[in-house]
Design a protein around this ligand. Sequence first.
Ligand code: SF4
Length: 384
Amino acid sequence: MTWPEAVYIHVPFCFRRCGYCDFTLVADRDQLIPRWFDCLGRELQVHREQAGMRLPVSTVFFGGGTPTHLDAGQLHRLLELIRSHFEWSDDAEISMEANPEALDEERLEALQRGGVNRISLGVQSFDDTVLKVLERAHTADVAEDAVRRVAARFPAVSLDLIFGVPEQSNVSWEQTLRRAVSLPVQHVSAYGLTWEQGTSFYRREQQGRMMRATEELEREMFLRGIDVLQQAGFEHYEVSNYARRGFRCRHNLVYWHAKEYLAFGPGAARYVGGIRSTNCRSVLRWLNSWESDQACLEETETLGHADRVSEALMLALRLREGFLVRDFEDRFSIQLQQFAGGTVRRLRDQGLLELVEGTLRLTPDGLLLADTVAAEMLNPEAGH
Ligand code: SF4
């Protein structure tokens, strides 16, 4: 069996839960950290026994939660643990999500020594009013200071930014973008705020205590993001992602290219051998289960050939460059016309997709409706 070379590790700890967040995590329960280490070690060990060796990997991504909620000693231990199960060379991409608050020099030192070479900072905004609405624990100045200190040590820095936040104006968003591009960063992810069921934001919105941004405002902010970031020399390479040359996120490209990946930790989702499976999203259930040496899976799905192709189509169209139809057909042994010709023709007629020199990709209008195009691609109609 060929094992994936991309690994995701989920670190489910935060200081508190932000009102819009529905990620797998526990807030202010640091007493669980030793148990999480123990269980993560068990999950990794089981995988290693299946693989029969320490597998080589080319990307590792530590996400959360807030991985840097761990202290310097714990971060050191985490990196040692992962290294004891996987092997990577100097050119591997080792990314870690971090939040600006509490990102002290000891933690940065531990990450640098442990081989991390890309930091993805959850800045979200450089407007203190917006940060307060988002219930983030940092201010704009703390974020800027963190960016500069991270950039002094690491070759690649990415910022996460959010638009469409209640009380966020176009002017505020533009100021955030301009401050972001004035800093030494190589990558920016700019996401529209999502209102997930079960979050405090969702409840407040249902009760009329919080207002969503209008579609029109979100659209303007999305387009403003493209303008400002492109003018500053960032390439818009995926619907929500921008990079300076040579700094695309290699780990996320594995997802968008519909390649396989390993994942460990509560709520982590993997795709291996054509099977997609997701670990229990309850941190406590995941812990209890691994404490009795039982894997804790919430969903397992074997993707049939047609599902694999439609998912790969949907993901490939998130990339601004789209994909070469001939390569795609060779990879999946299909004829795109037969597989999805009806849907592709309709989306082209609607001006959402274009076929240029054998490459299929979103048009600028399609970019604004990327989620609609994605949904259509998941259930494509064949052509004749
Ligand atoms: S810091 Fe990030 S992961 Fe933690 S609660 Fe806030 S949004 Fe969620």
